[in-house]
Design a protein around this ligand. Structure first.
Ligand code: GLC
Length: 743
């Protein structure tokens, strides 16, 4: 019997079809629909982020209260929760809420999750964008497999003052290098597009100018011209945004009297306005509340209102939004439209991550086991660490160490360090499973070589009682390696140092070794540039290893024995003295430049020190030699819409295969705003076999020559420009003048 649809059944079926068809597939429609169902309290809940450090301990009242908040839809994100078990458990609580909106799990995965890579400043010394992207990719793979959706990285703050401990987390002093590295890190963390279960959301932080804290003292005020802001401190953030950064984090500091967290000019006018940012901004830990302490808000409700109105979408750990934002909306102080906009931005990321379709998709036990046990990760960490180690000095053939030595003495407070290798900002130390430098030298020295070890002192090195044993060990050795520097917790957040010298009496240990005729090869570990004039003057060879990560001990040994030819270049200038700070290669000519060191009278100089750094930005040696020759231009001039090519020949004229980071610098000698004597405008890492040569080219276009003029317009002015190519900012090998024609 042919099924005859009754009219009613037909209507019901069509209606059901209509309902089914009404299920929006477009994310924006899904957001609209969900937002329309949300109460004001539920909206505010999405803007509230709590730290879950307490969840790892006993179930305290605070834990129970947080669980209740999550169950009632009053928490949008948790930070410091990791691992499949805990993320699944808390996600399940969130799904008990009325609208079942999943949580975002954020964590500081700064330079690795389980596999630790060199601290970011060290990794930046590789100038190897592929390696930097790969490192972030591996970190994302390990973190995402453990339930993490979101890392609070990369930190893209330009840092020109090594007193500031957080230079360790960034890419150094140069804005151009910073833009390239910021983009590489965002690509690494996020992959090609958000939503992949081996990717995490990135965070461009700390927006903005945190690295310019007065006197290098963490959390201190920042005061700078709009010109410097736009020319130097904003570009890495814009590069992160252009690379697709899903979120931004604002900063603790004030900028010209306004806390970054409450800075409408930064967050609404520039970031969300001019730049069109569609992700969301999270405050830094407690920074909403700190606006009261700054003296910018009279109380927490006032701080909440000022932060939200200024564009700070999510409140990390201030409890400002959770406790008072709804009341501010009801009182008319905060337009609900701004709350809705913030909620949309947060929900958009949760949809893009696929969390509404499967809230547990990142918390997969099998994937976690696979990712955390993949041997390729440690192999990559070793390779990238070796590429991050800078050969600062190498004379008298001190390095690489010869094989077959009778005895090598490895001396110093960092010689047998394991936890220090990892540096600060790690998720969980794996120190027990790491090879120290001594372990690695023993692994690589060969069967006939005895390796002795003596610390000499601890890192603080106030007590020199251990020097005697160290000198005895050195006296019997054919080669001495001295490992000195900072401990892992002497750089990073809240670790500013008023004296960035070698800690304690470490320098005296070096002197004592020299005094017995055993000048050591010096290996330095730190999270920042340090000052070590005596060592720099008297050592034959110095390697700067930063904090090189899980495989850092082996990577240092790879370089010591020549298994890896060092290729790293400094991302920050190294001062000779504290008095030179802040120091950068991007100096200005001034009206009285020092042209001749013998004549500094009435010149822009110190009467007691040179202007030049101990080691310049871009400096780094190799075990081989590179020759630059035959610079040629495709044309001597170009129109504003045109471009020209600069080419030259790079040859490996030495005994070993190696990589050279060739650097392109620009000088605009006459402009409507004076320009620095040098600006990095390009670089390439070129690998060559001994005797091999290659043509290296850079494309010069208007943007290469452009700068912000006095009206903050990005412009290039007709006239002459000097192009320079070199191995370091103070080692220019070739130069050529070009002309930009008038429009
Ligand atoms: C810290 C840092 C920030 C970090 C956040 C969460 O205070 O300033 O970089 O991401 O809190 O740990």
């Amino acid at each position: 019997m042919r099924h005859v649809w009754s009219a009613a059944a037909l209507v019901l079926a069509l209606g059901a079809a209509q309902v089914v068809a009404a299920e929006p597939v477009d994310i924006e429609q899904r957001i609209d629909r969900l937002l329309g169902q949300m109460t004001l309290d539920e909206k505010v809940g999405q803007l509230n982020q709590l730290s879950g450090k307490e969840f790892t301990g006993p179930a305290t009242d605070k834990v129970r209260s947080m669980e209740t908040e999550i169950r009632n839809g009053r928490v949008g994100s948790m930070l410091n929760i990791k691992g499949v078990a805990d993320t699944r458990r808390l996600q399940a609580l969130a799904l008990q809420s009325r609208l079942k909106i999943p949580l975002l799990f954020g964590l500081d995965v700064i330079h690795g999750y389980q596999t630790v890579f060199p601290v970011p400043l060290g990794e930046s010394a590789s100038w190897d964008l592929e390696a930097i992207e790969e490192s972030a990719r591996i970190a994302a793979r390990e973190a995402a497999a453990s339930g993490i959706h979101w890392t609070f990285a990369p930190m893209v703050d330009v840092g020109r003052d090594p007193r500031w401990g957080r230079v360790m987390e960034g890419a150094g002093e140069d804005s151009y290098l910073g833009t390239r590295i910021a983009a590489a890190r965002v690509r690494g963390f996020q992959g090609r597009q958000l939503g992949g279960v081996e990717s995490v959301m990135a965070t461009a932080k700390h927006f903005a100018t945190y690295g310019a804290a007065i006197a290098g003292r963490d959390y201190n005020a920042v005061d700078m011209s709009d010109h410097l802001l736009h020319e130097t401190y904003l570009p890495p953030f814009k590069a992160a945004l252009d690379a697709g950064a899903a979120t931004f984090m604002n900063a603790f500091n004030t900028l010209n009297g306004i806390p970054a967290t409450g800075h409408e000019g930064l967050q609404r006018d520039i970031l969300k306005g001019a730049w069109g940012f569609k992700g969301f901004v999270v405050s830094d830990w407690g920074s909403v509340r700190e606006m009261v302490v700054h003296g910018y808000a009279k109380d927490l409700p006032d701080a909440a209102a000022k932060a939200l109105v200024a564009g700070s979408d999510m409140d990390m750990e201030s409890n400002a939004y959770a406790s008072s934002l709804a009341a501010q909306v009801k009182a008319g102080t905060v337009p609900v439209a701004l709350v809705d906009d913030a909620v949309r931005r947060v929900l958009r990321k949760k949809f893009e991550l696929g969390l509404f379709d499967d809230p547990y998709r990142f918390s997969d036990p099998a994937r976690e086991r696979a990712a955390l046990s993949d041997p390729r990760h440690r192999q990559a960490a070793r390779r990238i660490a070796a590429r991050s180690i800078v050969l600062l000095k190498n004379e008298k053939g001190a390095l690489p160490l010869r094989r077959g030595l009778g005895t090598i003495a490895v001396i110093g407070p960092l010689a047998d360090a394991r936890r220090d290798l990892e540096g600060g900002w790690i998720v969980k130390s794996d120190a027990a499973n790491l090879a120290s430098l001594v372990d690695a030298v023993r692994e690589q020295a060969g069967p006939g070589t005895r390796v002795s070890y003596a610390p000499g002192c601890d890192v603080a090195c106030r007590d020199t009682a251990g020097f005697k044993a160290a000198l005895e060990a050195a006296a019997k050795a054919d080669a001495v390696v001295l490992a000195v520097g900072e401990s892992w917790d002497m750089s990073g957040e809240a670790k500013s140092r008023a004296d960035i010298g070698l800690p304690g009496r470490q320098g005296e240990l070096f002197e004592a070794l020299r005094a017995i005729g055993k000048t050591p090869v010096v290996v330095m570990m730190a999270g920042r540039p340090m000052i070590f004039e005596n060592v720099a003057e008297q050592a034959d060879a110095i390697l700067y290893a930063w904090f090189p990560g899980s495989e850092g001990g082996r990577a240092i040994a790879d370089v010591l024995f020549g298994a890896v030819n060092p290729s790293a270049k400094l991302p920050m200038s190294f001062p000779r003295s504290m008095g030179q700070l802040p120091i950068s290669y991007q100096q200005y000519e001034t009206g009285r430049p020092v042209r001749d060191l013998k004549n500094i009278v009435y010149k822009s100089a110190y009467i007691d020190a040179p202007n030049t750094p101990r080691y310049a930005f871009g400096h780094g040696l190799s075990y081989t030699k590179f020759a630059y020759s035959d610079l040629r231009l495709s044309a001597a001039s170009m129109t504003p819409s045109g471009k020209l090519t600069l080419s030259f020949t790079l040859a490996n004229t030495g005994p070993m295969a190696g990589a050279e980071v060739v650097q392109l610098y620009l000088r605009d000698p006459v402009a409507s705003v004076v320009r620095p004597v040098k600006e990095l405008k390009g670089f390439q890492r070129i690998e060559l076999q001994p005797g091999q040569q290659r043509t290296v080219s850079f494309t010069i276009e208007r943007d290469t020559l452009a700068f912000f003029n006095r009206k903050l317009e990005w412009t290039a002015e007709a006239g002459q420009f000097e192009l320079m190519v070199g191995s370091a900012s103070d080692d220019i090998r070739l130069r050529q003048t070009i002309v930009l024609d008038a429009p």
